[in-house]
Design a protein around this ligand. Structure first.
Ligand code: NAP
Length: 248
């Protein structure tokens, strides 16, 4: 069975590792090409956009793919919408594999915002000490609020011009431990955490740390769903693949 994985996440890597052990599935991993040094894929892979939904539909037909798993990031809204349109056009079944969103618990003090502009507005005009964990591509939105100090954490390197004037840059990749997150926020005298609601376990301890320290969390909520069916567990995705492999 020819299967395309739209990737760029730990879920996609998990699925690729599982499928690498299943020779009956001929899977290809597709990456956008944003990460500078992506981990070596255990499956054949390709990199770069398809040229919109029409380009993806043509690729699916041309390469004779029989199923697609959209394991892109919950904030990668465009590719997920393209996948829905392309799979409908090419007549190929599609499922999304995504981590569940984080949900506020007792003791949390979250301010929910729809997008990064909303996050900037939620910080207000008075200077604050902000722990900014929205990813490299989200930083330009904060250029309009230079009065705040930003502790910026990023996996990929960031050019100085992209950073707000008052900043400290931390290059790090999760998972992060709760005690370390608390210590970091205390050392930096952080009073507000800004994050996208990515979900998952690798970076969730920052939320527990903010709860423990009584800090405000500005939570950028996810874009609207693409409309594709969504599974959260690897075992369920493997069942879905097996079902479509067996289907006539
Ligand atoms: P996006 O806005 O939804 O996609 C923009 C364009 O990038 C798409 O239209 C498509 O180009 C291309 N693209 C995206 N994912 C692709 C893939 N897996 N394979 C081939 N082309 C892809 O996505 P984004 O927010 O820029 O994210 C880009 C990638 O980074 C995604 O694969 C996502 O899983 C990963 N990522 C994103 C975030 C985030 O917060 N957004 C965080 C972690 C990882 P064409 O229209 O030309 O096909």
């Amino acid at each position: 069975m020819r299967l395309l994985i739209l990737g760029g996440t730990s879920e996609a890597s998990l699925l690729a590792a599982a499928l690498a052990q299943m020779p009956q599935i001929d899977a290809t991993l597709s990456l956008a090409g944003r990460t500078q040094a992506p981990a070596r894929a255990p499956l054949p892979s390709r990199t770069g956009g398809f040229g919109g939904a029409a380009g993806l539909a043509a690729y699916l037909r041309g390469q004779r793919f029989e199923a697609v798993v959209d394991a892109t990031h919950p904030f990668a809204a465009q590719i997920s919408l393209n996948a829905v349109a392309a799979c409908a056009e090419a007549g190929v079944p599609l499922v999304q594999f995504s981590r569940p969103a984080w949900v506020a618990q007792a003791g949390d003090n979250w301010v929910h915002v729809a997008d990064l502009a909303g996050a900037v507005a939620a910080l207000g005009v008075a200077p604050r000490r902000v722990f900014l964990t929205v990813g490299r591509l989200g930083l330009p939105a904060f250029a309009v609020a230079p009065q705040h100090y930003y502790l910026v954490r990023s996996i990929d390197p960031i050019e100085l011009a992209q950073l707000p004037p008052q900043h400290r840059l931390l290059r790090a990749r999760g998972p992060f431990a709760l005690a370390d997150e608390i210590a970091l926020m205390q050392q930096e005298r952080i009073d507000c955490l800004v994050t996208k609601n990515s979900g998952g376990t690798a970076t969730q301890e920052k939320l527990a740390a903010a709860r423990a320290l009584g800090l405000v969390v500005v939570m950028v909520e996810r874009p609207a769903s693409s409309g594709a069916a969504c599974l959260n567990a690897l075992a369920d995705v493997l069942d879905w693949i097996a079902h479509h492999r067996a289907a006539p």
